[in-house]
Structures are given as C-alpha cells and as structure tokens.
Design a protein around this ligand. Structure first.
Ligand SMILES: N=C(N)NCCC[C@H](NC(=O)CCC(=O)O)C(=O)O
Length: 444
C-alpha cells in the first residue's frame, strides 16, 4: 500500500476582505483599512495548489463558505428581505455585518483536526471540525465546514466525521493549526502533537496576559479521545504564553513539522526539552529537531515573515521542500536563515517561494491555507475525485473565478446587497464543478 500526505487548500471565497476582525493577529488588525482583491487572492491560492500538484503531490481543494451569512444576521434580529437585512446591519451594526461577510474559511488549517487511519484504534481517518469560538466571524464556520468535509471525504467506510466540540471557551478549538503529526513514514503510526494556549479549567496555569489563547488543553484532549488515539501516540505541549502576546495566535505561526522533522522557534513552547524527550520516547525513529534561535530570527521577524507558517512537504523523490511565502525572501534575517538551513544537513533540501500576499495581509500564510490529510491509496481513491487538483480542475476554477469574482472589495462594499446574488450564483456553480451536492443552506 502506498501512503501520501495530501494537502487540501481552501479556495478563497468571493467576499475576501480586510476587516480587522482578529484581535491578537497582528496582520489582520494592521491591514484593516486596505482594499482587498478577491480575484487575485483566489488565483494566488490556486497557483500554489497547482504547483504542488505539478510536483507530484496529492492536492485537493475545499470549497469556501456562503457569505454574507444571512442566517446569522437573521438569528440576531435583522429581518425583511435579504437586501433589507444587509442594509439594516450595515447601518446599525457594521462590525457584525463584517463578521458575517468574512471569507475566513479559506484558512483550512483551522477547518478541522485530522488523524490518519494509521494512528486510530478503529483504523479510520477521523475529522473534527474546529469550533473556532474565540472569534465571532470564525465561530459561524463549523457546521458548513462539516458538510463540506463530508462531501469531500464522502465514504463512511474510510472516513469518520465528528461534530465540532461544545461552543464554549473551555473547548476553544482551532483545528490543525495547533496540531502536528510526526512519523517515520506517513503510513506508520505517528505521534500527534497537540499544542494548546491555556488550560481552561485550571485558573493557576500559565496563560497569555494581552491576547487570547484560542486553543485549550481541554479541547485538544477531547479531540484525541474522539479520534481514538492511544496515550502513547499523543504529546500535549503548551505554547509559550509570551509569544501569544507577541502575535503568535496559532502554533503554526511558530512551529511546523513533517515526518521526522520538527522546525520551531526557540521560544515556541513551555518545557521544550521535557517535551522533546517525551516525543523521542514515544516515536522510535531518527528525529530532526530544528530549533531556530532568537539571535538569528526574532519573534517579530517570524511573525512578520511567517517563517514557520511554511509547509514542509516530502516530494515523491523523498526529498523535503519548504513552501514559503515571498515575505520570507523580503526579510533579510529570515532569508539568510533559510539559506543557512539548506546547508545544515537536515532532510530539507530546497525552499520554494510563493506569492500569497492577499492571504498574508490577513495573517494567513501557505500553511494556514491548507489542511493536511495523510492517506493510503485506497483512501485517496475514496475521496470525491472532483475536489482533487489537476489540469482540468485548475482550468475550471480559474475560469470560474474570472467569471464571478471582483478585483476590489472594501468593507464599505459589504453593504452592497448585490454581493448576496454574486456569491450564491458563484457557489451554486462551484458545487456543480466539485460535485459537492447541496452543502450550502441557500441550496436546501
Ligand atoms: N494560522 C492559521 N492557521 N490561520 C490563519 C488564520 C487567519 C485568520 N485571519 C482572519 O480571520 C482575519 C479576518 C479579517 O480581519 O478580515 C484568523 O485570525 O483566524
């Protein structure tokens, strides 16, 4: 049996905009006044996904969500025709309208936590959509995320879909952005690292003072239980609260792993050495711990460039490659570090740079844009094949974006009721292209 690690990237939705919705995410707040370019954003994402498919990787796409979210706006008391709902919300509660228009489901690293069948007791691949309760605009994602994941991984013989965790701060869950899997080969049982920002039920445990810790230990442990993981295959690590207070709102902004490599900043975790020893005890293979010292890359440079929000992928040749945003090339300290990394005799042999600036300006780098799903060839064959990237899908999705997307959007434009029809027409056509069925409420 062959094994792969597939990446499922989020297709950027037609309402991609900069609304400053994410307190604790420096890029989101500092770019709040910018006009976005949804067409360019979607195309940058497609370009990256296609490049990985061209390198021989299994690459899929996950559909975006319906926005504006009129159901949430009605649930909080706006009424009348769809156009009235938008106009009232724009007048009386513009920030709530912005939250209901965000294209934030594009960051599929936050869509769910995924455990491959090699790790789980029932031998199935498990998915738990993230509840994303810390941010209003993201807390409205999980139900539709669940439907999109089920339509994409649509064979219950192989795929086990759970509901998202209870919608309470005690179970704050941000999905795969705080989850890394180390293993010898993708098809071997691995060790799943769950990185959390705080212990919700222990008031004396360390936590950040300024910015929220979005992931709780309680949530991580619940996901591990649901996914039927063995204690010997899990390591729970606390993120350093000081770096959360410097803008590291998810672990994937400060650490990334692949197979036997963990690439992380010196200040990423609490009790680092102790946790590394635990990983070594639980995973019997040659491991590479690549720790980046503050003296070479400051937290500020890591957050600005997204050095750690890179993808480390294993090409079919067995060589590892880092997929980095061009912002890493533009930051002298980070660029120098990446060049040095290639000489360090680790499995990482190449760095490829991609322009994903439309996403970066909202705090989402290459790794945020993808959900990793390690699968064997039977599982890959059981995936909805119309979601897998190839020449045909790339062409169809580019034509679809050209037809439906605007090339400029400001938060003022979100008051335009025309966006509802534009978005629904586009998404209805998309469900036909990707053969997803009626995943959107407007289709039901
Ligand atoms: N690190 C990972 N895996 N994902 C990045 C998510 C970025 C996202 N930004 C936003 O939601 C900004 C939206 C706005 O301000 O318009 C967030 O903060 O949740």
């Amino acid at each position: 049996m062959k094994h792969f690690e597939a990446n499922f990237d989020g297709l950027v939705g037609p309402t991609h905009n900069y609304a400053g919705l994410s307190f604790g995410n420096v890029a989101s707040l500092s770019n709040a006044a910018l006009a976005s370019n949804p067409k360019a954003a979607a195309k940058q994402g497609l370009q990256k996904a296609k490049a990985l498919a061209d390198m021989g990787m299994v690459q899929g796409m996950l559909a975006p969500q319906e926005r504006p979210d009129l159901y949430t706006l009605r649930r909080i008391g706006f009424s009348g025709s769809d156009a009235n709902v938008i106009q009232q919300a724009a007048k009386e509660a513009p920030m709530l309208l912005n939250a209901c228009c965000s294209a934030s489901s594009m960051w599929t690293a936050n869509a769910a936590t995924v455990s491959p069948s090699a790790d789980t007791r029932d031998g199935k691949l498990h998915f738990t959509p993230a509840n994303l309760v810390d941010k209003l605009h993201r807390s409205i994602e999980p139900l539709t995320t669940g439907r999109i994941l089920t339509a994409t991984f649509n064979d219950p013989h192989y795929f086990h879909h759970h509901s998202h965790l209870p919608e309470h701060n005690s179970f704050g869950d941000e999905g795969a952005a705080n989850h890394t899997r180390l293993c010898k080969e993708y098809g071997h049982a691995g060790v799943e690292l769950f990185v959390y920002g705080q212990e919700a039920t222990n008031p004396s445990a360390p936590k950040p003072q300024k910015y929220p810790a979005r992931q709780t230990l309680e949530a991580s442990m619940a996901v591990a239980r649901l996914h039927q993981l063995e204690e010997d295959n899990c390591v729970f690590i606390q993120q350093n609260p000081d770096v959360i207070d410097q803008g590291v709102f998810h672990n994937d902004v400060i650490a990334v792993g692949n197979q036997n490599v963990l690439f992380y900043h010196e200040q990423a975790f609490l009790n680092t050495q102790h946790k590394i020893d635990e990983i070594k005890r639980k995973l019997d293979t040659e491991l590479y711990f690549i720790e980046v010292p503050t003296a070479k890359v400051s937290i500020n440079d890591a957050v600005k460039s997204y050095l750690f929000n890179t993808q480390i992928i294993t090409l079919p040749s067995g060589e590892m490659v880092i997929v980095a945003p061009t912002d890493c090339q533009e930051n002298p300290a980070v660029f120098a570090y990446l060049n040095e990394l290639l000489t360090l005799n680790t499995p990482i042999k190449q760095v490829l740079y991609f322009d994903v600036k439309q996403s970066m300006q909202n705090g989402g780098g290459p790794a945020c844009l993808r959900l990793r799903v390690a699968m064997n060839d039977m599982e890959v064959a059981a995936v909805n094949q119309h979601t897998l990237m190839n020449e045909g899908l790339f062409g169809r999705l580019n034509t679809w974006v050209d037809k439906h997307y605007r090339d400029r959007l400001t938060t003022a434009d979100l008051a335009d009721p025309q966006l509802i029809n534009e978005s629904r027409t586009a998404l209805d056509e998309l469900t036909q292209i990707m053969k997803l069925g009626s995943v959107y409420l407007f289709q039901r």
